[in-house]
Write a protein that binds this ligand. Structure first.
Ligand SMILES: [Fe+2]
Length: 256
């Protein structure tokens, strides 16, 4: 085998291992319009439960987040890519973990949940557990408001329904659409980008999808509503990541 082929095999093996190495990211975020100091939120996104490996990876992420006992756990979309019966079962089985905890959980939908074609079946799987799906709806808990925005790429989102000043968290699958929202909420939590999924060393994304061109990964405090983007759990296209490990997130929210 030549050096080029050896390098290719090495890169593939490294990337394959990267996709298996879940990183639990724990961060404090200093937010505007926030006085529920110390409120802790678990964030999971983009599980893309289309394979047994994705199920294992996602269950690992759920376990890691629940072990930290956040006040609430939120999911921000793309539960699967294809609505094959096995994948629908994967979603039901994985979200059923929400039934085994007293930690409340809320979720929104992503573009792939619609693109999977059999939307009523996907919606049924996503709503089969105690996790409450928010489709342009707002709930309140412990003095905190959570606004779940439906998918923006599918034009299902209703920015006009996102209202809030103090202690308001917005769940929005595609982060760039934060620009459709009026200022006021304290933070927007998003996924969709996969952090680029296949990156250069240092996590520099080679490509991100529409809706995640401006906000790719991590915290953007200077947006008119601060945005946090998770790299998410899963993959699309090749089941492979490079310099961009899957992410499960615990955020502790503090006043700026
Ligand atoms: Fe997405």
């Amino acid at each position: 085998m030549g050096w080029g082929a050896l390098a290719s095999v090495g890169t593939f093996a490294y990337g394959d291992q990267t996709s298996k190495n879940m990183e639990l990211v724990e961060r404090d975020l200093a937010l505007p319009n926030w006085n529920a100091d110390g409120f802790r939120i678990g964030l999971l996104t983009d599980p893309h439960l289309d394979s047994e490996e994705a199920v294992i990876r996602t269950k690992l992420a759920v376990g890691a987040v629940l072990a930290k006992k956040p006040d609430v756990l939120v999911w921000v979309g793309d539960y699967l890519t294809s609505a094959a019966p096995k994948n629908l079962e994967n979603v039901r089985e994985t979200l059923a973990l929400m039934n085994e905890t007293s930690i409340p959980s809320y979720g929104v939908l992503g573009n792939h949940d619609y693109w999977s074609r059999y939307f009523p079946l996907v919606r049924s799987a996503v709503t089969s557990s105690k996790m409450r799906l928010l489709r342009n709806e707002t709930i309140e808990m412990d003095g905190v408001r959570i606004c779940g925005v439906d998918d923006a790429l599918m034009k299902k989102h209703r920015p006009d329904l996102v209202k809030g000043d103090r202690n308001t968290i917005v769940l929005l699958h595609e982060p760039d659409f934060v620009e459709d929202l009026a200022a006021g909420p304290s933070v927007t939590l998003s996924g969709h980008s996969h952090g680029g999924q296949i990156c250069m060393p240092g996590g520099i994304a080679l490509h991100t999808p529409r809706g995640a061109k401006k906000f790719v990964s991590g915290y953007y405090p200077d947006s008119h509503i601060p945005v946090y983007v998770s790299r998410g759990i899963g993959t699309t296209g090749p089941n492979w990541r490079l310099f961009c490990p899957p992410e499960a997130t615990i955020l502790t929210l503090r006043g700026a």
